[in-house]
Design a protein around this ligand. Structure first.
Ligand code: AMP
Ligand code: MG
Length: 485
């Protein structure tokens, strides 16, 4: 027996052991006519949930019925949004509880788009179908790309219209994450709570995500280093796959190191560090090339919020915090370099590697080459005859240098290309494909393109024949994504 309906729920609500300032009880709003339009059976199985029963229970994923053991809350947090500090909180999401999986892991189960909460400010608490399908698709694609991410369990339509610039079909996303504790949660604790409140949050988070440092002499400094390490690895990973998050505000930076909040994110097509898709990011603060640096800024904000825990006197903690943030800069650079080496099959480290990698990137930018497909072509040793990059003399010279490097290293060239296949995805969720799939689903209730794309993205390193049609580059038009969706 699992729960009394045998759906498999094993929910706990440990977040509610924290002081009350960290959350507000908040029931999801009842919707008119819930219908489950997408359901992730694989994650359901990992969570220990019974898909057969739950697929018939859209009312659970719309928020009309609470699963056994759920005590829903909205979480409080703050955040620097585009550099400016603001009080926030779950304005359109509720945490149903933490599911304990058969493997002994703990995952937050959150409904997003489930109505107003005490933190909704002026918002309606709702979400539109298109953006919720988008989060589902991109987060699952990120998982396929092996980038740490929140996952998506279900999308439920509500049969209610929500008002944006036009009337749109409403939907609720069921999101699964290691936790939703953010840098912004710590900023909130530092601003609004006592030292004891901040300490309670830090201890809770350490026990949940980094229990191995719980007994360290200065566990809060160790904690800072752990989070820095995770964020450096995560952001280097984004750079490696051409992913642009779009809103790297501190409220969207998790302490667990998972990517969350798929608002205006998108994958880059042509390589250009200045690439930005978000309609509101006019200054390019969160452009592709800025992401590693913004990570440092965000880690500095995290460090600031921990200072009073690290030393009795805040002043005394500052040099330690600074040193920690400086390690972030080295780490992200190191992870980036190691990752780029793997993308080029360079297994023996050499002094000139960085120069060689940067030279290729410069040429890609100059010839407006597609990021994913350039590495795909190099992996497959198929240098297309109609590619301006591949036909250029400068590239041919670079290629020779690279070949010399591969020929002179101890592992064979076959081994190098095997490695490249594991690190260069054959496909990514290209913006135009995502849009096509979302339009068919949200405007025509045709979910076939969505499911086909999702299936292709399950293993982007498979290099199968079926995946080939998704490698086509987009029609040449600017792409924009939107916040507050
Ligand atoms: P985001 O840009 O999605 O990270 O959201 C920033 C903040 O705005 C978060 O606190 C959200 O909960 C809140 N928010 C976004 N959309 C809505 C909405 N429709 N209603 C209420 N709050 C919202
Ligand atoms: Mg957010």
């Amino acid at each position: 027996m699992t729960d009394k309906h045998q759906q498999g729920w094993q929910l706990e609500n440990t977040y509610q052991h924290l002081p009350e300032l960290f959350y507000s009880p908040s029931e999801p709003a009842e919707v008119e006519h819930p219908e489950l339009v997408v359901f992730n059976e694989k994650i359901a199985a990992e969570l220990g949930l019974d898909s057969t029963i739950l697929k018939e229970k859209p009312e659970i994923f719309a928020g009309n019925h609470l699963p056994d053991g759920s005590k829903p809350i909205a979480q409080a947090y703050a955040g620097h949004q585009f550099g400016y500090f603001t009080m926030l909180g779950d304005g359109r999401a509720v945490l149903l509880g933490e599911q304990l999986t058969p493997a002994g892991e703990r995952y937050d189960i959150q409904l997003k788009g489930s109505g107003r909460t005490p933190y909704s400010r002026g918002g309606d608490g709702r979400a539109a179908l298109g953006p919720m399908l988008r989060e589902y698709l991109i987060s699952e694609a990120m998982h396929g790309l092996r980038i740490p991410t929140s996952r998506s369990l279900a999308v439920t339509t509500t049969a209610e219209e929500i008002l944006r610039e036009e009337a749109l079909p409403g939907a609720v996303l069921t999101r699964v994450a290691k936790s939703h504790i953010r840098v912004g949660t710590f900023q909130y604790a530092r601003q609004q709570g006592s030292k004891a409140d901040l300490q309670a949050l830090a201890d809770y988070t350490i026990n949940r995500h980094y229990p191995e440092i719980a007994e360290d002499e200065n566990r809060y400094l160790s904690f800072l280093y752990k989070v820095i390490e995770k964020q450096a690895a995560l952001i280097a990973d984004w750079q490696m796959k051409g992913f642009i998050h779009g809103v790297m505000n501190t409220d969207n930076v998790t302490i667990s190191g998972q990517t969350i909040d798929y608002g205006p994110c998108a994958f880059m097509d042509r390589y250009d560090p200045k690439t930005v898709f978000s309609s509101i990011d006019e200054e390019g603060r969160y452009a592709y090339g800025n992401q590693p640096g913004i990570g440092a800024w965000n880690m500095a904000r995290f460090a600031e919020s921990l200072l009073i825990l690290m030393e009795d006197e805040e002043e005394a903690a500052i040099p330690k915090a600074k040193e920690a943030v400086e390690t972030y800069v080295k780490l992200v650079e190191g992870y980036w370099l190691d990752g780029m080496r793997l993308k080029l099959g360079m297994m023996d480290k050499g002094e000139n590697d960085k120069k060689l990698i940067q030279h290729l990137l410069n040429l890609m930018q100059q010839y407006q080459a597609d990021f994913t497909n350039t590495f795909r072509s190099l992996t497959l040793e198929q240098l297309e005859a109609d590619s301006k990059l591949f036909q250029s003399d400068a590239f041919k010279k670079w290629y020779q240098e690279w070949q010399d490097k591969l020929n002179n290293q101890s592992p064979s060239k076959e081994t190098a290309h095997q490695l490249m296949k594991q690190h260069n995805p054959s496909i990514i969720p290209r913006n135009y494909l995502v849009e096509e799939a979302l339009t068919a689903a949200s405007r025509e209730q045709n979910y076939q393109p969505f499911h086909d794309l999702l299936t292709a993205l399950e293993d982007p390193y498979a290099y199968t024949k079926e995946q080939e049609k998704y490698t086509a580059t987009p029609p040449n038009q600017p792409y924009q994504t939107f916040c507050g969706t």
